[in-house]
Write a protein that binds this ligand. Structure first.
Ligand SMILES: O=C(O)CCC(=O)C(=O)O
Ligand SMILES: [Fe+2]
Length: 204
C-alpha cells in the first residue's frame, strides 16, 4: 500500500483490514455511548421486526434472528430465495443514515436491520452480492448493543480476519470484498447483550 492509497479514500487514515481482494474499514465508535443507547432503544421499540425466512438447500428455514428493511422507495429485494418489500424510513433511521454517510463518504438508499437477542443468534458465512445490489457497492454496518465478533474468510485461500464490533461502531465493506470474501457473525455460548446491526446498502 502506498502513501496515497492510505489517504486517497473516504475512509481517511484507516487501514484496510483485508490483506487482498477487497476493502474493509473499521471506523470504531462513531456514536458516543449515550447516543448509541438511545438509538438502540429506538431500533428495538420502533422498527418492524420479523423473523427472516430463507431457502437453504431447497428447505425453508425461519431464522431466530429478526430483520426489518427500509428503503427510499417501496422496492423489493431478493435474497436466499425470498423477495421482500421495503418500508419507508423512520425519521431516526434517516438521521443515523446521514451520520453513517458523513463518516464514510458513501450514499445509501436502503438498510437491512438485524436483531440478535443473544449470543446464540448469529449469521452464518455468506457474501452480500445479490443482483439487486449495485455491483461492488459499499455496505456500511452500524452496530448497537452487545459487542460481537465478526469474521471474514477468503473464498479461495480460506484465510480469515476477525474483529470485535463495539456498541456505536461503524464497519465498511467495499470494492471487491463481496466477490472474494465471505463474512459471518459467529454464534457464541458466552453471555451477550442483545444486538442490532443496521446494514446500509446501495440498491440498483
Ligand atoms: O450483523 C452484522 O453485523 C452483519 C450482518 C450481515 O452480514 C448482513 O446483514 O448481511
Ligand atoms: Fe452480510
Amino acid at each position: 500500500m502506498t502513501f496515497t492509497d492510505l489517504f486517497e479514500n473516504d475512509d481517511m487514515k484507516l487501514i484496510n483490514l483485508l490483506p487482498q481482494d477487497g476493502a474493509v474499514y473499521y471506523h470504531g465508535k462513531i456514536l458516543d455511548t449515550t447516543t448509541a443507547d438511545i438509538y438502540l432503544a429506538k431500533c428495538r421499540g420502533e422498527l418492524s421486526w420479523e423473523h427472516d425466512r430463507a431457502f437453504i438447500y431447497g428447505k425453508e428455514i425461519v431464522t431466530k434472528r429478526k430483520v426489518a428493511w427500509y428503503a427510499d422507495e417501496p422496492v423489493s429485494y431478493t435474497y436466499s430465495g425470498y423477495t421482500k418489500m421495503a418500508s419507508a424510513w423512520p425519521g431516526f433511521l434517516q438521521e443515523i443514515k446521514q451520520v453513517v454517510e458523513s463518516n464514510c463518504g458513501e450514499v445509501f438508499n436502503s438498510c437491512l436491520c438485524n436483531f440478535y437477542s443473544s449470543g446464540t443468534e448469529g449469521m452464518s458465512w455468506h457474501s452480500d452480492a445479490e443482483k439487486d445490489l449495485i455491483a461492488n457497492g459499499a455496505i456500511a454496518a452500524l452496530s448497537l448493543g452487545g459487542e460481537r465478533k465478526f469474521s471474514f474468510k477468503h473464498k479461495k485461500t480460506g484465510k480469515s480476519v476477525s474483529l470485535n464490533l463495539e456498541h456505536g461502531s461503524l464497519l465498511i465493506m467495499k470494492g471487491t470484498t463481496q466477490q472474494n470474501w465471505l463474512h459471518s457473525l459467529p454464534k457464541t455460548k458466552k453471555d451477550r447483550e442483545p444486538r442490532v446491526s443496521l446494514t446500509f446498502r446501495q440498491m440498483r
